[in-house]
Design a protein around this ligand. Structure first.
Ligand SMILES: [Zn+2]
Length: 164
C-alpha cells in the first residue's frame, strides 16, 4: 500500500481535497483527514451526518445541506458600528449562508453540515467581547436563549427514509 496516495483525500465535511494530515480522526476503523480545525470539530459533533452505513449514505454523501436559521435578540440596541463589526466577523465563518444584523436583532442562516452552533456561539461572544465585555456576555446569553429556530430543511430526521 502506498502511503502517499492515501494522503490525498476529500475533507468529508466541505469536500475540499486534503493532502496533509494536520487534522485527522479515526472513526469506524477509517482515518478521515480534514482541511481545518472547524471541519474536524463539525465531524466530531455529528459524525453520522458525514459517514453513513453501507446501505444508507450519510446526508453529506448525498450532497445535502442542513440549513437552519436562528434569530437572536441582544436585549440592548446595537449601534450601527457594532452591527457592522458583528456582521463582518460572522459572515467570514464557513457555513454561514445569510446574515442580517439590525440594532434589535441578528438573524443567522447556516448550514449545520459546515458549522456548529457552538462555533457560532463562540464567534458571537468573541466579537461582542472585542467591542465591550458586557456586550459579549449579552450576545452569548441571547444566542443561548434564542427566540426562534426554524428548520428550513431537516434531513437529519428524514435521512433514514429518504431514498433516491
Ligand atoms: Zn473541510
Amino acid at each position: 500500500m502506498n502511503k502517499e496516495n492515501n494522503l490525498n483525500l476529500q475533507c468529508p465535511v466541505c469536500h475540499m481535497m486534503v493532502n496533509k494530515d494536520n487534522f485527522f480522526l479515526d472513526y469506524q476503523q477509517r482515518r478521515f483527514l480534514f482541511c481545518s480545525q472547524q471541519c474536524l470539530q463539525n465531524f466530531k459533533a455529528n459524525p453520522h451526518l458525514y459517514v453513513g452505513r453501507p446501505a444508507v449514505p450519510a446526508p453529506a454523501q448525498q450532497g445535502h445541506q442542513i440549513i437552519k436559521i436562528r434569530i437572536i435578540k441582544p436585549g440592548t440596541l446595537l449601534t450601527d458600528e457594532q452591527c457592522y463589526v458583528i456582521e463582518n466577523e460572522i459572515k467570514q465563518m464557513m457555513g454561514i449562508r445569510s446574515l442580517q444584523v439590525e440594532p434589535d436583532f441578528i438573524s443567522i442562516t447556516y448550514d449545520l453540515m459546515q458549522v456548529t452552533v457552538e462555533q457560532i456561539e463562540t464567534a458571537i461572544e468573541d466579537t461582542g467581547n472585542r467591542i465591550d465585555k458586557t456586550l459579549g456576555e449579552l450576545l452569548k446569553h441571547a444566542f443561548m436563549n434564542y427566540v426562534e429556530e426554524t428548520e428550513l430543511v431537516n434531513l437529519e430526521d428524514s435521512a433514514e427514509i429518504h431514498k433516491h
